[in-house]
Ligand binder design. Structure first.
Ligand code: ATP
Ligand code: MG
Ligand code: FE
Length: 342
């Protein structure tokens, strides 16, 4: 079916037109990064207002680029959570308006489910697979048994990986969002220059912890102020190496424990070149079938929302007009909501 999908959970207003949950006819992303950058992070109230200004524009642009009229759209999928309540409500209200106005079905989609399934826009992956979601708000390892059937194997006990990148970038004087800036500096730095800790590496769980690593960077720059100047590439490379090392080794442990040899890495931090490299190295060595979507599908976008959206709508699973934002919405709860999932 031909679906219009919307995403407004954080600081990107996005709309896409996707056919059968597989073929992207258009994917428009209006980023608010420059607006939030001067505050060093996302300001929720500003985000909501920016979404309001952008939402109709991105919808029109998505339809225009796809070359389809609103009359041809057969269903609407929208990010229902997790995310900022006020930001989510803008996309949800627009989706309800389209659904009501056109008399087409509506479904609310979990943003992280979108990240995990974005890979299907490039290639099929057989279930079950393991998935590492690394983004601004998540560092989670999941077992994925089907659409709607997710089991959390481990998660961060404090900061998410993207949050760690952003916070460390801020404390060494790099602009928001910090992930890209650190990635760029790290390319010409020595990852072995500074030995940063690998938190929770041997704790026997699949959990992560990144706040201690952030403190270790702070302690290092306090003791060695030059690390923020001439040594900044080595600092960025060493920090990035520590994050990627922990993410890869914990994922490797989950592969070993479950025996599942298919792996998907998703979310904004999956754009990181160091992580892509270390995951590829591990997968090659361990004989794991690894899928990491292209960076534009790892970062926030609306096309990824259409993948589960199409599945649910095609199976008659819809949301009513009482659909409300769910700022906190663990993936494990989806199976119950969708009566057992796929
Ligand atoms: P969530 O998906 O958990 O709700 P979010 O949607 O805000 O959070 P994403 O947009 O998926 O998060 O990812 C944004 C995060 O990805 C930011 O923390 C950003 O710094 C990080 N990121 C983006 N590109 C890179 C990169 N090349 N290297 C490291 N981190 C990156
Ligand atoms: Mg974002
Ligand atoms: Fe995201």
């Amino acid at each position: 079916m031909l679906i219009l999908s919307l995403e407004s959970s954080c600081d990107e207003t996005a709309a896409a037109v996707v056919k059968d949950g597989r073929t992207v006819l258009s994917s428009i992303v209006a980023s608010q990064i420059s607006v939030h950058a001067e505050y060093g992070g996302v300001v929720p109230e500003i985000a909501s207002r920016q979404h309001l200004e952008a939402v109709s524009v991105v919808i029109e642009e998505a339809l225009r680029e796809a070359g389809v009229g609103l009359a041809e759209i057969e269903g609407v999928a929208v990010t229902q959570g997790p995310g900022l309540a006020g930001a989510l409500l803008v996309g949800i209200s627009a989706a309800k308006g389209l659904s009501f106005g056109r008399g087409i079905p509506l479904v609310g989609v979990n943003h992280i489910e979108g990240h995990l399934l974005a890979v299907f826009l490039e290639q099929p992956v057989e279930f079950p697979f393991l998935a590492l979601a690394v983004s601004g708000g998540h560092s989670h390892l999941y077992r994925v048994d089907g659409v709607g059937r997710y089991k959390t194997l481990g998660q961060t006990v404090d900061d998410a990986a993207g949050e760690a990148f952003d916070k460390v970038a801020k404390l060494i004087g790099l602009p928001y969002p910090g992930g890209v800036a650190i990635d760029r500096l790290a390319a010409t730095g020595n990852p072995e220059a500074i030995k940063f800790p690998r938190p929770l590496l041997h704790d026997g769980t699949f959990n992560f912890s990144f706040s201690g690593l952030k403190t270790a960077v702070l302690t290092h720059v306090n003791r060695h102020p030059e690390a923020k100047e001439a040594g900044i590439n080595d600092l960025a490379a060493s920090f990035q190496e520590a994050v990627c090392d922990v993410l890869t080794k914990k994922t490797a442990a989950a592969v070993a424990a479950t025996g599942i040899k298919r792996l998907v890495v998703a979310g904004g931090v999956a754009c990181n070149s160091g992580l892509r490299r270390s995951m590829a190295r591990f997968a090659e060595k361990a004989g794991v079938e690894l899928s990491i979507p292209a960076p534009k599908l790892c970062a926030d976008n609306a096309a990824m929302i259409a993948v589960p959206g199409d599945y649910y709508l095609s199976n008659g699973i819809t949301s009513g007009f009482d659909l409300d934002a769910l700022p906190v919405w663990p993936l494990d709860k989806l199976a119950a909501r969708f009566k057992g999932g796929a």
